[in-house]
Design a protein around this ligand. Sequence first.
Ligand code: KG4
Ligand code: ZN
Length: 357
Amino acid sequence: MKEPLVLGIESSCDETGVGIVRGTRLLANTVSSSMDEHVRFGGVIPEIASRAHLDAIVPTLTEALDTAGVTLEEVDALAVTSGPGLAGALMVGVCAAKALAVATDKPLYAINHLVAHVGVGLLDGGVYGGALPEDLGALLVSGGHTEILRVRNIASDVELLGSTIDDAAGEAYDKVARLLGLGYPGGPAIDRLAKEGDPRAFRFPRGLTQPKYMGSAEVPGPHRYDWSFSGLKTAVARCVEQHEAAGKPVPVADIAASFQEAVVDVVTSKAILACREHGLRNLLLGGGVAANSRLRDLTAERCAAAGISLAVPPFSLCTDNGAMVAALAARVIMDGRSPSELSFAPDSSLPVTTVSA
Ligand code: KG4
Ligand code: ZN
C-alpha cells in the first residue's frame, strides 16, 4: 500500500484521540480530554478516565472523519494504542478499534504508545519534514512517562535507554503543586509561579546522580540514564513542613522555582548523557511537560553545547493524540508489516521493543 489512509485511536490515559493520516500527511487530530473531571482529585483517576473514553470515543471519531473529509469506508487501515498505559482506559480504545475492524472488515494495527510519540516526527512539514534522522534519541516527559529512547528504525528497532523508577516528571509536578496548594494540573501552575521565584533558594535532590566508584575509578551505575523523583517530592514536603512548624510563611515561589530547577536539571542532564554515550546526534522532545518553558530552554542550551540537534513538535502533537498512532501505523504498513491478530490484548506495561504487536 503506497500511501495508506490510516485512522488511529489513542486512549491510554485521559485523552481520547482520533487522528487520520494519508501516508505521512496529517488530515485530522481530534482530542477530547477528561482532565477537568480529575481536577478535584489532583490526578488522573483511572475509572473516571475509562468512562470518559466511553462517552467520547464515538463523537471524537465522527469529528475526526469530518475534519479529514473522509468516510470510514475510505479508510485503508485502523490503528490503536495497545499499551503502555492505564489498563481500563486502553481497553476502551482497543475494544472500539476491534469493533470497527470487525464491522468494516479493515486491518487493525496494535501500536506502542511510547514509540507513537516519536511517530509525530514522521509527518510532512513537521519537525523532520517527513523522514526521521538516523541516530535519533527521544525524550518523553509527561504525567505518565519520563523516558529516553534510542530509535534506530521506528518501525522495528527501538530501545529504552532510561526511564523513571518511580513517579513520572509530570506526576511529580502535580504532587508538588498539591503540596504547595496550587491547582491541578500542577505543571502549568508551577511553571508560571517559578518565574517569580529563585531557582537557587533551595538545593533539592537530583535523584540517582551519585556516581558509583570502584576503588577510585567512576563506574557506570545501574541507573545511569534512569530518573527518580520520589526523594525530590519528599524533600519539598519537608521544606514546607519546616516552614510551617517554625510559623514562617512558606516561600511558595522559591520552592516552585527550586523544585522545577531540580527536575529540569536532572531530566536534561541524563537525557543528554544517554545521547552522547550512544552517539545520538538528534533529540526529539515529547509529552505534556514539553510545554514547560524552563525544560525547553535548558534542553535547547545543553543540546547546543553537546552538538545535538533538538526538535520540539507543536504542543498538540507532544501531548497524547491519535495522529501519532496513525502516523506510526502508516509507517509500519508502508514497511510491509502484517496487521495484528484481532485476539491481541491491551498491555499496560508493553515494552518499547514491541512497536506493533
Ligand atoms: O502528555 P500529557 O498531557 O498527558 C499525561 O501524561 O497525562 O501530560 C500532562 C502532564 C501533567 O502532569 C502536567 O502537569 C504536565 O504534563 N504539564 C506541565 C506543563 N504543562 C503540562 N509540566 C510542567 N510545565 C508545564 N508548563
Ligand atoms: Zn503519552
